[in-house]
Design a protein around this ligand. Structure first.
Ligand SMILES: NC(=O)C1=CN([C@@H]2O[C@H](COP(=O)(O)OP(=O)(O)OC[C@H]3O[C@@H](n4cnc5c(N)ncnc54)[C@H](O)[C@@H]3O)[C@@H](O)[C@H]2O)C=CC1
Ligand SMILES: O=C(CO)COP(=O)(O)O
Length: 384
């Protein structure tokens, strides 16, 4: 396992000071989860009305509106936390959509002290449009390699609403710095919430981002009126595509069999509680993407990620027909029924073929992180 040279704080115990950047469905869900176990939680929001309402009523007026939040949470904002505030935090957790992360990190970078770094956790599931960068790369670009190596990623089948209802849930937690992943796992662990640690942050990031694209495909199929066989086909072929893209990228194929991979793929492809599934379902019913986006009321990362994935697939020279079909429906106006017919008319092919040459994008990312090619072997064959 690779280690970072930043000097991070010791294991946060309960009574840790946690600052969550983002007060949407997942940010406020995690604030509630961590507030439940006696941490001092500060939840940053952009919306002044949300902050005032939350501090008065311990309810979020915009997201998870029925939930009573623990008294130990204080809403802060709309200015991002300053250096003095961050210096007091044991944990800084980012729960905002991927497309807004770079701007916010650029600001926060100047307020981070490398000699007294809080545990940094990222839970967003997407790929940046334009750069097609993973979150790890956004962190290297904005905060430098040492902070990126210490960053920890949490991903897996975890609807916000079900976590606050204390439904038994498990997630994957990965970092290049094992001790940071372990700290995050200990922090989040509760009787209804289990964490499994691993050393393939690139793999868990790719699975979290890509499953959203297949959730759109699955929703589309259900919206068109197809039934269980078709959904099972999309989930299974989606897993094959996802594993193929991820392996060519430089992640471990085994990661895609974990909670962040098949676990989250299965969840979001089969539930109308998923926003990405819902986007697909409504497209299948004939609504326009524009109308859906205007009325969804919450982020569906798969919509922007599909654009970035198209670039990744092209660069890798990978055949990913389902992701390509989703792109054509979302961005080239292809009719959903035509997309399905074309997919079904593809010639027979081998069921599972992992790409022979692997690892270009991951190798470039590791170079940015100051790691070498032997680290890629570690990444592709990690101790999961
Ligand atoms: N909702 C869920 O069950 C889960 C969500 N996630 C991931 O967490 C991330 C956040 O998702 P949600 O909280 O569900 O989204 P949401 O749509 O419920 O909330 C988005 C939050 O981001 C904030 N935001 C919007 N634009 C911003 C900007 N320019 N700068 C800073 N903040 C901005 C909004 O004010 C809001 O607080 C996404 O990447 C999502 O895929 C991951 C696991 C589960
Ligand atoms: O990632 C999620 C649950 O694990 C949430 O999925 P949606 O963003 O599609 O709602």
């Amino acid at each position: 396992m690779i280690t970072s040279t930043v000097s991070s704080k010791p294991q946060p115990a309960s009574n840790s000071k946690v600052c969550i950047i983002g007060a949407g469905n997942f940010g406020s869900c995690l604030a509630s989860h961590l507030g439940d176990s006696e941490n001092d939680v500060f939840m940053w929001a952009r919306e002044v009305e949300l902050i005032n309402h939350f501090n008065l009523h311990h309810r979020n007026p915009l997201y998870l509106t029925e939930h009573d939040f623990p008294q130990s949470i204080t809403a802060i904002g709309p200015e991002l936390p300053d250096k003095e505030f961050i210096a007091k935090m044991d944990v800084l957790l980012f729960a905002i959509p991927t497309q807004f992360l770079r701007t916010n990190l650029k600001y926060i970078r100047d307020n981070l002290d490398l000699n007294n770094l809080p545990l940094l956790i990222f839970v967003n599931k997407g790929i940046e449009v334009g750069t097609h960068a993973l979150t790890l790369e956004i962190i290297v670009d904005t905060c430098g390699p040492e902070i990126a190596k210490a960053a920890t990623f949490i991903s897996g089948p975890s609807f916000a609403k079900e976590i606050v209802d204390r439904q038994p849930t498990s997630v994957s937690v990965a970092s290049f710095t094992e001790s940071e992943a372990q700290k995050a796992a200990n922090l989040f662990h509760q009787p209804h919430f289990r964490c499994y640690t691993g050393g393939d942050p690139i793999g868990i990031e790719l699975s979290g981002a890509l499953k959203n694209v297949y959730a759109i495909a699955s929703g589309m199929s259900d919206g068109l009126g197809f039934q269980n066989n078709t959904r099972a086909m999309i989930i299974t072929r989606g897993l094959a595509e996802l594993t193929c893209i991820g392996t060519a990228y430089g992640a471990s194929p085994l990661t895609f069999l974990g909670l962040s991979g098949v676990g989250d793929l299965f969840l979001t492809c089969s539930s109308s509680n998923s926003r990405n599934y819902t986007v697909g379902y409504r497209l299948g019913k004939g609504e326009s993407l524009e109308e859906i986006m205007k009325t969804l009321g919450s982020v569906a990362e798969g919509v922007s990620t599909t654009k970035a994935v198209k670039k990744v697939i092209e660069e890798l020279g990978i055949n990913a027909p389902i992701a390509t079909a989703v792109y054509e429906v979302l961005y080239e106006g292809k009719d959903t029924k035509v997309a399905v017919r074309e997919l079904m008319e593809l010639p027979p092919s081998r069921e599972l073929d992992l790409p022979p040459t692997a690892g270009g994008p991951a190798r470039r990312l590791l170079t940015k992180l100051g790691m070498d090619s032997s680290d890629l072997d570690l990444l592709m064959h990690p101790r999961l």
